[in-house]
Design a protein around this ligand. Structure first.
Ligand code: ZN
Length: 353
């Protein structure tokens, strides 16, 4: 920073994702003294970012960037660039001269859910388990007013997951207790469905359980959303860049630790019971959703709604020239199963799929 006269007119811009650990000497007036926080883009921001990226590719007249922007909440600028790139690849595979809205839709799903692993063969039994598991997530989320809307439910393996229920989290910046409780219940929808309809437990629910437990603990220890009141328990020292484990500094008594455990357990028990009663009382809808998943592999939110209401689905759209992915080449932008599509979740919060 030294060596410049005050009238030299040099502007230095730098970026960091750890503003909390910067040396205060760097931030003194005359040095890096302005801060611009760059969050995830909102719907207008996404539209403008898309406008920049589509300049490089020929797009058809039916492409509506506003529609794409509205359908991609939680996408970062890099996700959007990736989506445009995937859409262009799709169009090239199909020998099209222009990128169409259909290419963008396929690309959006790929970025949201990870690439399909068509080479991965599942047994009929595994498919059945996955279908009921995902149907459980979908049904519970539909029955919870505070849940994010579903985007799609699929039993095509993507990334590390055998199936995924994808949500569109919307441009949220703040999360209510009701919303987090709904997420806890949705997380258990999968496990509960397996128990009720297949009379078994599988490892498939492992990441659901992990993220739900983590979320419940945060609700108690960080967000003050339990009977222990609005207090923070435990100070975290994150030193991830030094390659060390995150150290939890304990600043509460044994007795409080016990109460925290009890509150976490209570939140989880309530979520589990909520999921259980929803799934149990909608057995017919569960069978219909699972059957539709086994037949069609992917269903969207509207189809889930129709199945819950007992309506007959329109015939399957023929797989109109779906270009096949190079199987196995898993590109995972957002983690499926166990993580919902929203990178705009509260810092480090888990997210049930
Ligand atoms: Zn699950």
């Amino acid at each position: 920073m030294d060596g410049f006269e005050s009238n030299d007119g040099v502007i230095l811009v730098a970026a960091t994702n750890r503003p909390d650990v910067l040396d205060p000497a760097l931030l003194r007036p005359g040095r890096f003294d302005r801060r611009v926080v760059v969050g995830l883009p909102d719907v207008r921001g996404r539209e403008e970012i898309l406008r920049v990226h589509v300049k490089k590719v020929p797009v058809s007249d039916d492409t509506n960037l506003n529609v794409l922007a509205r359908g991609t909440p939680g996408f970062s600028g890099a996700d959007l660039a990736n989506m445009v790139n995937e859409a262009a690849l799709n169009a090239a595979r199909m020998n099209r001269k222009q990128v169409t809205m259909y290419d963008f839709e396929l690309a959006k799903d790929k970025v949201l859910m990870g690439a399909e692993r068509k080479s991965m063969l599942l047994t009929e039994e595994e498919k059945r388990v996955t279908a009921y598991h995902e149907a459980g997530h979908a049904l519970v989320s539909f029955r919870h007013v505070h849940s994010d809307p579903i985007h799609k439910v699929t039993i095509i393996p993507r990334g590390m997951a055998l199936g995924v229920t994808i949500f569109l989290p919307g441009d949220r910046h703040n999360y209510t207790r009701e919303y987090l409780e709904a997420n806890l219940a949705i997380a258990y929808g999968g496990r509960v469905a397996e128990e009720i309809f297949l009379n078994q437990m599988s490892t498939g629910a492992g990441s659901d359980i992990e993220s739900a437990t983590d979320l419940a603990r945060r609700m108690v220890c960080e967000y003050g959303m339990s009977r222990l009141g609005p207090l923070t328990f435990g100070k975290k020292e994150e030193q991830i860049f030094l390659g060390r484990e995150i150290a939890q500094h304990r600043d509460f008594s044994e007795e409080t630790a016990r109460q925290i455990d009890l509150e976490v357990r209570r939140l989880i028990d309530e979520a589990y019971q909520s999921a259980h009663s929803i799934v149990e009382s909608h057995a017919d809808a569960m069978h219909r959703i699972a059957a539709a998943l086994l037949e069609r592999e992917t269903i969207d939110a509207e189809e889930v709604r129709m199945l819950i209401e007992g309506l007959v689905l329109p015939p399957m759209r023929s797989n109109l020239a779906t270009p096949s992915d190079t199987g196995g080449n898993v590109q995972q932008v957002l983690k499926p199963e166990g993580t919902r599509s929203g990178p705009n979740y509260p810092e480090g919060s888990p997210s049930p799929a």
